[in-house]
Design a protein around this ligand. Sequence first.
Ligand code: HEC
Length: 108
Amino acid sequence: MRLSTVTLMCTGVLFACGGRDDHDHPQLKSGADLYNHHCAACHQGSGDGTFLKGVPPVRYTTMTYRQMVHYIQGHGRAEDSRMPTFSAMPKHEAEAIAIYVRRQLNLR
Ligand code: HEC
């Protein structure tokens, strides 16, 4: 199989695996709920990531809480970032998720 075919397939998988940027979910309140809705499809509930899809484990991230909020909002990313920018996500939601990742999932 040629490399370009493999790349195309991976891209397809990444899009298929979520990146849900829908925010009409009043039932989701805690950082854990929000993380599981928006992030876990790629980074997994445990925060271990998905190695085969090139998704890094957020539980080992060295990012601070503030850096992570910016990152979720699409700032400070590589140009070819494959993570959705969540441009429609309210700030308080990104903050709740970042707190959850820092305090609950992070092992550092
Ligand atoms: C479609 C899959 C996908 C979704 C959904 C996703 N990410 Fe990511 N994430 C990635 C990929 C791929 C990377 C690797 C860097 C890149 O491509 O931008 C990444 C990188 C990261 C990093 C950087 C890790 C580090 O230490 O460098 C953090 C933090 C992160 N994601 C948090 C989140 C959070 C929080 C959410 C939910 C709001 C989320 N991601 C949703 C795919 C995803």
